[in-house]
Design a protein around this ligand. Structure first.
Ligand SMILES: CC(C)(COP(=O)(O)OP(=O)(O)OC[C@H]1O[C@@H](n2cnc3c(N)ncnc32)[C@H](O)[C@@H]1OP(=O)(O)O)[C@@H](O)C(=O)NCCC(=O)NCCS
Length: 292
């Protein structure tokens, strides 16, 4: 079913595409949405990640399948379900429109789960203010300037430049911060993947905070986007400036490598959300996820 720009123009409140996730606001005009979504469909049929898909850094293969037969597209409402085969399969239903009927969307998502053999379902909806009962993440845009903010707080250095006795403690840090993605990053590193620098802060010769991997990739029109990183500080060291120091080091790293921008998602109202706001990132709105 061809998508219509006039119908999309009423519902694209947050720049976020099925399969790709957050995109630069310039790429989320109705016309660009239609153009990029057509590429998403082609890549989905071929089982590959688009050249500008941030997941390409992990693998060129991508098995997310847009459930074309289940798309709903009418004035005021666009609903696009996507099947992700990992971990027993998940149907993610992307809802664009005002006042979603969440119960109906959850029921439709469960029906898709049954039809396509997926174990899990989620409804993802968008808004410019977080009023709904769901898990809200705020999408932030960082545009890099030639002169980033000054360094602050504890010293930040690349993990690869740490003394060997400090580098070895990264495994311990990664295990403790497994919920924030660091253990899978550590496993990739141990397997020889070099996904980009990981910046760390230390205390008593141990890694206690980290952000990475740092990778720049061209977006659809060729602007340089810094990809989102894993970011965490050990709980017992939080509130002492390590997080801000790590983020500012990323700002400098991005500016030095002429990155144009970065998109990050943070739990609305959480520590990283507050940190990004206080660092001047632009809020692009909210994505809310509800299990089906
Ligand atoms: C986000 C995180 C890395 C911040 O690390 P940190 O070392 O505690 O951060 P800092 O001490 O530098 O604090 C910087 C700012 O973050 C915000 N912040 C930190 N802790 C906060 C909290 N508990 N509640 C609200 N805001 C908080 C504040 O704006 C703070 O600035 P302030 O001290 O001037 O008020 C840390 O909380 C963490 O590891 N959280 C779990 C993982 C995570 O959420 N990662 C982000 C993924 S996007």
């Amino acid at each position: 079913m061809p998508l219509r720009a006039d119908w999309l123009s009423r519902v694209l409140t947050v720049p976020y595409l099925p399969v790709l996730g957050p995109v630069h606001p310039d790429l989320c005009t109705p016309e660009m949405f239609i153009e990029v979504f057509a590429k998403v469909l082609t890549a989905s049929r071929a089982g590959v990640a688009l050249p500008f898909d941030k997941d390409r850094r992990w693998s060129p293969v991508k098995r997310d399948m847009v459930l074309v037969d289940e798309i709903v597209h009418r004035p005021g409402t666009t609903i696009i379900p996507v099947l992700t085969p990992r971990r027993g399969g998940t149907v993610k239903t992307y809802f664009y429109g005002d006042s979603p009927d969440l119960n109906a969307l959850q029921a439709a998502t469960r029906r898709c789960c049954t039809t396509y053999g997926a174990a899990h379902g989620r409804v993802i909806s968008f808004s410019t203010n977080p009023t709904r009962q769901a898990n809200h993440t705020r999408v932030h845009l960082k545009e890099f300037r030639p002169a980033p903010s000054a360094a602050t707080g504890p010293a930040v250095i690349p993990l690869d430049d740490c003394a060997p006795e400090v580098t070895t403690t990264f495994a311990e840090f990664a295990a403790a911060m497994a919920d924030h993605g660091f253990d899978s990053l550590r496993q990739r590193r141990d397997a020889g993947h070099r996904d980009g620098p990981i910046l760390v802060t230390q205390a008593a010769d141990r890694v206690i905070g980290a952000i990475g991997p740092l990778t720049v990739m061209p977006d659809q029109p060729g602007r340089r986007m810094l990809l989102p990183q894993y970011f965490a500080v050990l709980p017992e060291h939080r509130g002492q400036g390590h997080g801000r120091a790590l983020w500012r080091a990323v700002e400098r790293w991005g500016a030095e490598r002429r990155a144009d921008y970065q998109l990050v998602q943070a739990q609305a109202g959480g520590a990283s959300d507050q940190l990004f706001r206080s660092e001047g990132l632009r809020s692009l709105g909210y994505a809310s996820t509800l299990p089906a």
